[in-house]
Write a protein that binds this ligand. Structure first.
Ligand code: ADP
Ligand code: ASP
Ligand code: MG
Length: 478
């Protein structure tokens, strides 16, 4: 079971999580994975940025806020019964010593005026380590044997700081040594989400929102029967509920559909979550910790219902990069190969790629935050071609957004895909690029940023994905 930031956001939410855990531990062994308390990772990162800039007052202010929030949760959780009060002192001192560890790293950045990714990773997993200590102590106080575990001891990763990938073999061995004995003894391991360490022990993190991925890595390594992801909405929905009013909760999705949704911007799952689970076919549930009795969404290998369009998703913090040879002497394909090679070396992920064979133009969509690194990589790899005028200057358009429609079997159904274009053009929103074809179950289109939300609503309506309004329901019955 993985509990997200909101589900760990206060003493009250941690109590609710503990109740969910205690119901299941009676039936079978449970391994828990936790996020940091909501907004804590942002605050830790903000503190490190202020440290790098030498703003001592801002650093101290953030440190105070972080300590107070966790100590307050600790005091609220561990009060009342004698067993709770007995654990308050050790839990409080664990919180203080983790905060001192963070303070030391921030001080180093302050003195050196730099914020290297390696040290950032060592520092920001403190958020998850704090919440794991709090929940484990609370479970103990409630009579459920539990142990806080730092994932750096079990999740072995490569050394891509800030976006590390797991090494499943060594991770499986560590889980067998460290977590399995706890489960066998009836102890609930409360493992930190988001972090890991390289084989030689350097702390790493799996990317923002990575606790979902941590939970999937551990579920696969422990051969779990199921993975339950507890969040703050009723499950995976037909669109982002912050953009569309009448969203419907999906009963069921395939791994492929859920992965496409996550990769195309649905924040409810970290994009890499499903990959470790597919091979072992471990079913996943996305459920609401605020309403645990609601069914939630089940992610499985095969659907029991008919295929079709399931959901619309979007990404707004993206940029479209276009490249074009200046004359026919240079091969467009060769340029593509060089550009892609440069991006791969710089660890820049391409979200969409399209090309035209006649003019040899190609364009690709990347995250806005990756633009500086991507341009530097391309311009240094292709400096000769650029300087000698074989390649037109690289164009960057940040005024765009990506919309994706996802559903198993969509491509095989005549007319189904085309309705995306009808809906978007009816709203008079200009389509800049189209990426169909690369995936069986997704159509991606790039539109002007200003029209993105409107396009999402129009496409959601076009396919009738939302719940029927009271008015529509009456009409249907009539
Ligand atoms: P957690 O902290 O539990 O990991 P997140 O904030 O990362 O939670 O993800 C849950 C949020 O994802 C929801 O509150 C919702 O606003 C957003 N979201 C975006 N798209 C979707 C979608 N298609 N279905 C459900 N939630 C979505
Ligand atoms: N706490 C981390 C983040 O905010 C990981 C997570 O919550 O999934 O990115
Ligand atoms: Mg999340």
């Amino acid at each position: 079971m993985k509990f997200g930031g909101t589900s760990m956001g206060s003493a009250e939410r941690m109590r609710a999580a503990a109740e969910i855990i205690s119901k299941e531990t009676g039936k079978r062994p449970v391994c828990v994975v936790v996020s940091a308390m909501s907004k804590v990772t942002d605050l830790l990162l903000d503190t490190l940025r202020h440290a790098e800039l030498g703003d001592r007052a801002a650093v101290d202010n953030n440190l105070r806020t972080l300590l107070e929030r966790h100590i307050q949760a600790c005091d609220e959780l561990l009060s009342g019964s004698p067993s709770a009060v007995r654990l308050r002192e050790p839990a409080g001192s664990a919180v203080r010593s983790l905060m001192a560890e963070f303070h030391r790293i921030a001080n180093g950045m302050f003195m050196l005026s730099t914020c290297p990714p390696k040290s950032v990773d060592a520092a920001i997993s403190i958020g998850e380590r704090l919440s794991s200590v709090l929940l484990a102590h609370y479970l103990e106080s409630a009579g459920i044997p539990a142990k806080s575990v730092n994932a750096a001891e079990v999740v072995v990763t490569d050394a891509v700081f800030g976006n590390a990938s797991p090494q499943m073999g060594p991770t499986g061995e560590k889980c067998a040594q460290r977590l399995q004995p706890l489960l066998d003894e009836g102890v609930v391991p409360v493992v930190t989400g988001f972090n890991g360490a390289t084989a030689n022990g350097q702390p790493t993190t799996l990317g923002r929102g990575g606790s979902d991925f941590s939970a999937a890595i551990l579920a696969a390594s422990l051969d779990a029967g199921e993975l339950w992801i507890w969040t703050d909405v009723d499950g995976i929905m037909s669109a982002d509920p912050r953009l569309v009013e009448n969203v419907a909760v999906l009963d069921e999705l395939t791994y492929a559909e859920a992965a496409e949704l996550a990769y195309n911007g649905a924040k409810v799952l970290h994009p890499r979550t499903l990959a470790p689970l597919v091979e072992k076919k471990i079913p996943v549930w996305s459920k609401n910790s605020f309403a645990p009795d609601k069914p939630g969404t089940r992610i499985v290998d095969r659907l029991s219902g008919p295929p079709g369009v399931r959901a619309v998703t979007s990404m707004s913090n993206v940029a479209l990069i276009s490249m074009e040879p200046a004359n026919s002497i240079v091969s467009g394909t060769r340029l593509m190969a060089r550009a892609l090679d440069a991006l791969a070396l710089a660890n820049v992920e391409i979200l969409v790629f399209t090309s035209s064979s006649y003019r040899q133009v190609f364009c690709f969509l990347i995250r806005k935050q990756d633009v500086p690194v991507a341009l530097e990589a391309i311009e240094s790899n292709l400096s000769l071609e650029l300087n000698h005028g074989y390649l037109k200057p690289v164009e960057v358009d940040e005024n765009v957004g990506l919309l994706a429609v996802v559903g198993e079997g969509m491509r095989g159904t005549p007319g189904l895909a085309g309705r995306v274009f009808t809906a978007v053009s009816r709203e008079r929103i200009n389509i800049i690029a189209i990426a169909q074809g690369s995936s069986e179950l997704t159509i991606g289109i790039i539109v002007r940023r200003a029209g993105l939300e409107r396009a999402v609503r129009a496409v959601h309506d076009e396919y009738g994905l939302g719940i029927a309004t009271a008015h529509e329901a009456v009409n249907v019955e009539a």
